[in-house]
Design a protein around this ligand. Structure first.
Ligand SMILES: [Fe+2]
Length: 257
C-alpha cells in the first residue's frame, strides 16, 4: 500500500510539471523568488513575507504529545519513508510536495518534518531568525511549509541595508537583521493555515506563547542533507547524523556586526 501511494505521488508530480516552462511554474505561486538559483547574501536585501498556501488543515497528530525535530522522511532521489508515528501527516506531505514541485520546478528534494505538539518547551525559536540561511554550503533556497494552532509565528518585512564587508560566514545575520528592523512592525500569520516561509523571511515564535497545548508543524524541502545530531532519527532509515552539532560548532561562534 505504501508503495502504491509513493508511485501515485511520483506520477502525479511528473504529470504536473512535465513540459511546463520554468517561469510558468513560478507564477503558480505568485512568488517572486527563483528557487533554482544559489542563495546569496544579496537575496536578503529585500525580505519576504510568509506566503499562504491552499492546503486544507484537517488532520492532527494521533498522540496527545509528539516532538519530532527535522526527521528525514524522503531522501533526495529516494522514496518516501514515513514511519507509523507520522502516518497522520502522509496526505498533507504529498500535497505539499506537489505544490512545492509545481512552484519551484524542482522534482527531487530531501523532505524533513518537524512536529511540536503538546505544551511548548524550547525557547530557542523566540529570537528573530531566518530558517535555512546558512552560507556554509552554496545551495538553493529551502522551502519551509509551516502551520501553527495558536499564538502564531511573528514576522517582519522590509529591506536590509547590507554593507559590502558583511560576511555571513563570520557575522551573525540574525542579529544584524533584527537590529536593523528593530522598529519595523510585527505581523503574525493566521492560525491553522499553511504558509511557505523561505530563507528570506525574518520570523520568531511569539515570546509570550502560553504554556497550553499547541501544535506546530514544519515540512521542509531542502536540496542538501541537514547533518545535525539533534535531528530525530527516522526508524525506517538506517543512518544517523554522525555527531555534528552546527549550532555549537558554527552558529554560536558568529560575531555581531
Ligand atoms: Fe524558524
Amino acid at each position: 500500500m505504501r508503495q502504491a501511494f509513493v508511485q501515485k505521488s511520483r506520477l502525479e508530480t511528473e504529470r504536473l510539471t512535465k513540459h511546463l516552462p520554468y517561469r510558468k511554474k513560478l507564477r503558480h505561486m505568485n512568488h517572486p523568488r527563483n528557487y533554482q538559483k544559489i542563495k546569496t547574501i544579496d537575496d536578503f536585501r529585500e525580505l519576504d513575507s510568509p506566503v499562504p498556501i491552499n492546503v486544507a488543515w484537517d488532520v492532527t497528530p494521533t498522540e496527545s504529545r509528539q516532538m519530532v525535530l527535522r526527521m528525514l522522511v524522503k531522501p533526495k532521489y529516494g522514496d518516501w519513508k514515513i514511519p507509523d508515528e507520522l502516518f497522520w501527516l502522509k496526505d498533507t506531505l504529498m500535497k505539499l510536495h506537489q505544490i512545492d514541485t509545481k512552484a519551484t520546478g524542482i522534482l527531487e528534494s530531501n523532505c524533513y518534518v518537524t512536529v511540536r505538539h503538546g505544551i511548548p518547551e524550547s525557547q530557542k525559536d523566540d529570537e528573530w531568525h531566518f530558517d535555512g540561511a546558512s552560507f556554509r554550503v552554496d545551495t538553493i533556497p529551502e522551502r519551509n511549509y509551516i502551520l501553527v494552532s495558536h499564538t502564531p509565528t511573528e514576522y517582519k518585512s522590509g529591506k536590509l541595508d547590507i554593507p559590502e564587508d558583511f560576511d555571513p560566514l563570520k557575522h551573525d545575520l540574525f542579529h544584524f537583521a533584527a537590529k536593523q528592523l528593530k522598529d519595523a512592525e510585527i505581523t503574525t500569520i493566521e492560525c491553522n493555515r499553511w504558509y511557505l516561509l523561505n530563507p528570506f523571511c525574518l520570523h520568531r515564535r511569539n515570546p509570550n506563547t502560553p504554556q497550553i497545548p499547541r501544535t506546530f508543524i514544519r515540512v521542509s524541502f531542502v536540496d542538501i542533507e541537514i547533518r545535525d545530531v539533534n535531528n530525530t532519527q527516522n526508524s525506517l532509515l538506517p543512518t544517523p547524523a554522525f555527531g555534528r552539532d552546527p549550532v555549537h560548532t558554527f552558529r554560536n561562534k558568529l560575531i555581531k556586526y
